[in-house]
Design a protein around this ligand. Structure first.
Ligand code: ADP
Ligand code: MG
Length: 394
């Protein structure tokens, strides 16, 4: 790895500006899901254990460069203190004075960095101001690494910089899945639309050995091959693009798996009357809402021949029963193979994470990324500015 971790730094007596993602959901003035807060605990504790003084910098909501009281990070303090098991100081505006007053063993949280117009503009002046607060920069916010902002990118060039524990774990998992994976690699791309995942598909057919196309986007591929998908979600205007992707996959030797049998219904509703039919026999007036059992068998067989699985997007309309069946069955098979040691499984994406949680397998995959946009951009083969800056750091 060409970036440093906390292990490579001497933190004793040093102030460590630590970029974290604690952009958590809040209901009635209280943090309603503290997952992101719990994730930063190892990094903060490590910095303290090595004699460093952690100064946490983060964003919260979209205040668009000006102070918005409802978007103060102060609301996260009780949850942060509970997770860390110690008091946390808060700096509302005068960051410099608050940092200077910080004693060894204490933790400081800075106010929402997006209150400053320079943050999202990656203004060098704000980056310099942030760098002036600390001796070392530590980035533990992979989920914000796809944005080149002052606190995620600019400041990394101005201080000795390293990745925090969560960031390092995420980068290692992603490297094992796509950077330098054990082959064969199978990818699953599902979800609603082809249009949102074009870059993803084009990148993956050059990187993986087999690509499963599922969910609503599979309908566009079926239609592009001349099948009638009736009322299914389908982007007919992308038929040419879909054919180009199939031709390119053929040229690069990437095997494509699209559903051969499908579950159809006349309504997008839980327990709507449904039927399993060949993809060539979709009845007029109905829509494809899930992959059928034969397709699921083929997908699981593909997992069986692979060493590495990378997954984004559910195979069907997983939010409504029984159209979650293909997603659940494939997810369980992948989890079993992971536990048996025959598969490295990495998944990510907003709906994918909820689908895998619903299937009860989230803890049984090798790694599940909750990073959303950053995960997708990484899967598309983009260099994330926040990660690139760590690599280039002095
Ligand atoms: P992610 O957030 O993991 O990247 P997407 O947002 O691309 O995933 O896709 C998830 C959505 O795709 C879900 O809301 C699901 O209902 C929808 N979906 C999957 N298959 C179908 C289908 N056959 N028809 C309509 N919607 C579908
Ligand atoms: Mg989504």
């Amino acid at each position: 790895m060409s970036w440093k971790t906390l292990d490579d730094m001497n933190l004793d007596g040093k102030t460590v500006l630590t970029r974290v993602d604690i952009n958590v959901p809040v209901q009635d003035g209280q943090v309603s899901d503290d997952t992101r807060i719990r994730r930063i605990v190892p990094t903060v504790r490590d910095i303290l254990a090595k004699g460093g003084k952690p100064v946490l910098v983060a964003h919260f909501g979209r205040p668009k460069g000006k102070p918005v009281p409802e978007m103060s990070l102060q609301v996260t303090l009780p949850a942060l203190e509970a997770a860390l098991g110690q008091p946390v100081r808060f700096a509302g505006d005068d960051f410099k004075t608050a940092v200077e007053a910080l004693a060894p063993g204490e933790v400081l949280l800075l106010e929402n960095i997006r209150f400053f117009p320079g943050e999202e503009k990656n203004d060098p002046a704000l980056a310099r101001e942030l760098a002036g607060l600390a001796d070392i920069y530590c980035n533990d916010a992979f989920s914000a690494a796809h944005r080149a902002h002052a606190s995620t990118e600019g400041v990394a060039h101005l201080l000795p910089s390293c990745a925090g524990r969560s960031m390092a774990a995420e980068l290692r998992a992603l490297e094992a899945a796509l950077g330098n994976p054990a082959r064969p690699v199978v990818a699953v791309v599902g979800g609603a639309k082809v249009s949102t995942k074009l870059d993803l598909l084009s990148h993956l057919i050059r990187k993986v050995d087999k690509l499963v196309i599922g969910g609503g986007m599979a309908n566009t591929f079926l239609a592009a091959q001349g099948l009638d998908v009736a009322k299914s979600l389908c982007e007919h205007d992308l038929a040419d693009t879909a054919r180009e992707i199939l031709a390119e996959a053929e040229a690069t030797g990437c095997e494509i798996i699209v559903p051969g049998d499908v579950v159809v219904a006349e309504a997008f509703a839980a327990n709507a009357p449904h039927d399993t039919v060949a993809a060539t026999e979709v009845p007029a007036g109905s829509m494809i809402l899930d992959a059928g059992p034969d397709t699921v068998d083929r997908i699981i067989a593909a997992f069986g021949t692979a060493q590495t699985l990378i997954w984004n997007g559910p195979l069907g309309a997983f939010e409504i029963e029984p159209f979650d069946r293909a997603t659940n069955a494939a997810a369980r098979a992948a989890a079993d193979m992971t536990e048996a040691g025959s598969l490295v499984s990495v998944a990510g994406g907003g709906d994918t994470v909820s689908a895998l949680n619903r299937a009860g397998v989230a803890e049984r995959f090798t790694y599940i990324s909750t990073a959303g946009g950053a995960f997708l951009e990484w899967m598309e083969g983009r260099d994330l500015p926040g990660v690139a800056a760590l690599r280039q750091a002095k």
